[in-house]
Design a protein around this ligand. Sequence first.
Ligand code: CAA
Length: 258
Amino acid sequence: MENVLLKVDGKIAEVTINRPKALNALNSQTLRELGEVINKLTEDEEIKVVIITGAGEKAFVAGADITEMQSLNAIEGRKLARLAQKVFSAIETMPQIVIAAVNGYALGGGCELAMACDIRFASANAKFGQPEVTLGIIPGFAGTQRLPRLVGRGVAKELIIGGDMINAEEAYRINLANKIYNLEELLPKTREFAEKVLSRGTLAVSFAKTAINNGMNMDTESAYNYEADLFGLCFATEDQKEGMKAFIEKRKAEFKGC
Ligand code: CAA
């Protein structure tokens, strides 16, 4: 792969978008490579947490590749949007927990990629935004859908219609960023959180992700029922038995993820 790097360390995979000369902008090749990596990781039962970040110290991802997009026709534009939407949906729905380590600009498609992840940790120099209207287009990698669900309709409209960038503090204030760290601390702190996730019952963690994601798209009564189904399913796992036994025995649980 040319534009996406994959590093595996035990149960944690680190995916790096690697086009630093173009501030890691997502051209169609990079999107396809990212899709391949995500599909591979989805099937890998050894991997429990995925970290997505950008190469270099300036950008997470500065958006879809404007050079590639400028000559697209309507059909090609739609095709590009569908390609990215599918890759990002695969990230959102994969069983592993996905953390975006946003190490700089997360604009347009970059902000949309970060939003497809479960959690966003940002460096203090990070900048978020959906500047598409400044280019005469709208967000097309599901930004018009994920942003209002994350930060509310009014703030999402302000960001998308205004097209301005916001800094990490503002992203934190509106719940777009979960935490802010100094750039040099970003990856160590992200890995620390990933390790914490590994120490939990990883099946339960995965069920919780699924319950939240799928439940948000249901009416409340169906969502409660769905939660109860997954809650019930936890009692079919060894992790539930170990977790509760360890509590009673006043020791740390040793989960096996089964
Ligand atoms: N696509 C293609 N190339 C990009 C790019 C992008 N999105 N963002 C940056 N680059 C390239 C620049 O063209 C430049 O290349 P050259 O050195 O060959 O000229 C290189 O990366 C460095 O960028 P700058 O010189 O512009 O760096 P800067 O520090 O002056 O500015 C920036 C940084 C503010 C992020 C600026 O690069 C910028 O505004 N980039 C575009 C951001 C943007 O509009 N993103 C949204 C794209 S549309 C989209 O994503 C649609 C969608 O919903 C999917």
